[in-house]
Design a protein around this ligand. Structure first.
Ligand code: FAD
Length: 307
């Protein structure tokens, strides 16, 4: 069995594996796609101390760093079940989709999240060419240009407010008849001169010139009228889905599926820790996920020396 078994090979999982291995304890990491969301990212300009890198390069650097240590990397494998009843030796388990169950004295859950997509023509074609999911990451790329934000919940309205300071103009499109964001955010967004809000509208297509986004079309849900916007960026903010379906009822999650953790990365199950975008952490960023991964691994080590 492993002393620390990490599930997930994104920034959080990689940091957890490195911190665990540096304690000289037996460490394993299971990753469906090593690198996680960073593989789908173009420019990364906010990983502190690295002015500029690209997602796939960052993912390769993560893996190289993990490989500096004695860590068993189990790639292209999906965890299918967390076994919280311990075996005779007191070990927890993770059953893989492919059959076998890996055992660990402690487990760090770091399976990340995925963005909900609009599923309209053009969205996939122009992903990272104007279609983006992260205002903190990509906002500065649209300085002085018109953009659209899709989704009027807290993240969409926060994104619109955030982008209003960078973009020349922001159009927020919401599917429902009213915004879902907190009242204070709604007041703020409506006070901004360069933000328009369109309610009861469905985005129908992302338009582009073959290499980048040039606009989008939408349809009114009240009278079917069709509209077109000329924008350089489309920020899709219709939900972040944590990859926690496989955990079923084994650990406590919120109604949004985020694993509930405390400041030290502890879940409600002794010996099980969690980190990164799959948890209740309020900010979903690489630098935040790596910090959380190291916290979870240090907590796992603390648990081991006390039990
Ligand atoms: P993830 O990166 O999601 O990694 C999860 C890992 O778990 C992956 O290895 C995945 O394969 C694995 N996994 C999932 N389910 C299972 C399973 N059942 N079994 C086994 N393995 C599993 N943040 C920034 O700070 N700067 C940026 O510029 C930036 N740009 C972004 C651009 C895009 C397009 C996106 C989508 C995100 C961006 N982010 C950026 C956010 C950042 O990528 C995430 O916050 C970060 O990757 C979270 O790390 P994580 O380790 O928690 O999860």
């Amino acid at each position: 069995p492993y002393d620390v078994l990490v599930i997930g090979g994104g920034p959080a999982g990689a940091a957890a594996a490195i911190y665990a291995a540096r304690k000289g304890i037996r460490t394993g990491i299971v990753a469906e796609r090593f690198g996680g969301q960073t593989l789908d990212t173009m420019a990364i300009e906010n990983f502190v101390s690295v002015s500029q890198t690209e997602g796939p390069r960052f993912a390769a650097d993560l893996e190289r760093h993990v490989n500096d240590y004695e860590v068993d990397i189990v790639k292209s494998q999906r965890a299918a079940e967390l076994v919280t009843e311990t075996d005779d030796a007191g070990h927890l388990g993770v059953r893989l989709d492919s059959g076998p169950t890996l055992r660990g004295k402690t487990i760090v859950l770091a399976t990340g999240a995925r963005w909900r997509t609009m599923d309209v023509p053009g969205e996939d074609d122009y992903r990272n060419k104007g279609v983006t999911f992260c205002p903190h990451c990509d906002g500065p790329l649209f300085k002085g240009k018109p953009v659209a934000v899709i989704g009027g919940g807290n993240s969409g309205v926060e994104a619109a407010i955030d982008l209003a300071g960078l973009a020349s103009h922001v159009t927020l499109i919401e599917y429902a008849g009213q915004l879902g964001a907190d009242e204070v955010l709604q007041r703020k967004v409506r006070s901004l001169d360069n933000v328009d809000v369109i309610l009861s509208a469905r985005t129908t297509e992302v338009l582009g010139d073959g290499s980048k986004v040039t606009g989008l079309t939408y349809e009114s849900r009240t009278d079917g009228a069709v509209g077109k916007l000329d924008v350089s960026g489309v920020f899709v903010q219709i939900g972040l889905l944590p990859n926690t379906e496989w955990l079923k009822e084994s650990v406590a999650v919120t109604k949004h599926g985020e694993i509930e953790i405390d400041a030290a990365g502890l879940t409600n199950v002794p010996g099980v820790f969690a980190a990164g975008d799959c948890t209740t952490t309020p900010y979903k960023q690489i630098v935040v996920a790596t910090g959380a991964g190291s916290t979870a691994a240090l907590s796992a080590f603390d648990h081991l020396i006390r039990s």
